[in-house]
Design a protein around this ligand. Sequence first.
Ligand code: T3D
Length: 263
Amino acid sequence: MTEQSVLLDIDQGIAKVTLNRPKSLNSFNVEMHEQMRAALETIRNDDTVRVMLLTGNGRGFCAGQDLSDRNVKPGVEAPDLGYSIETYYNPMLQAIRDLPMPVICAVNGVAAGAGANIALACDITLAARSANFVQAFCKIGLIPDSGGTWTLPRAVGMARAKGLALLGDKLSAEKAEQWGMIWQCVDDEALQDEAMKLARHFATQPTKGLAMIKRALHESTTNSFEEQVIVERDLQREAGRTDDYREGVAAFMEKRTPEFKGK
Ligand code: T3D
């Protein structure tokens, strides 16, 4: 039996997604894209899921596009990379961004090309100390995709974004943390435990409220202050109607730990 390229394990409100093509550093081919799409759809439609955790098998997190899938022999018509981006990468990035729950990424090793930008698109990104991030695109004549040209300058500023994208050098996980590109760099052996600890925490939190926080922060990147306070008003109205808001306030008043149900 052939091994699945994407493993999905749903347990106690946590959906763990593991990229599983370790021989090619979990680079994406069409089969893996299709399995990733299916995993994201399952998570989106399963109302028991309250957090997603993304990681990779083996020594890499993800090396982006599987380059062995691209026929670049002379005389052969150029592949339509725009088709690949619009059919596979953009919907995947949008689905991760739109998931109404926190998405944790545990970067277990090198994250290159689209792999780096998938990691940066998640909500809370942890990385093993030995991991690194590579905007490898410039080395093969491409431009950063998977939202990288949007995410990077916002995360690290234009000067650093240009340096990373134009040089394609490896950036260590420690430096990525110092530059504010990821949430935290942790010792290699602690990575999966730390990521799971966070996932367990989020699985007990007010999921709808967290989804609205995500949405408000995303919308803030294109809004004026005046527009953003309107977004806050509308989402706060919605948040105030959730069961978890009632529970949060009741638990505070009764001096007990709240029992959030994600409703
Ligand atoms: O095409 C479209 O649809 C457009 C969309 C593009 C999105 C993109 O992501 S474009 C960018 C594609 N990715 C890259 O350019 C990264 C290529 N890989 C590397 O630069 C290096 O492998 C790494 C910096 C990631 C890691 O280096 P290192 O020295 O730790 O490992 P390695 O020896 O280079 O790789 C290990 C194996 O994985 C090796 O196979 P082998 O020799 O053991 O059989 C290598 O060929 C394979 N591998 C690594 N990356 C890819 C890959 N195989 C296919 N595609 C890859 N992207």
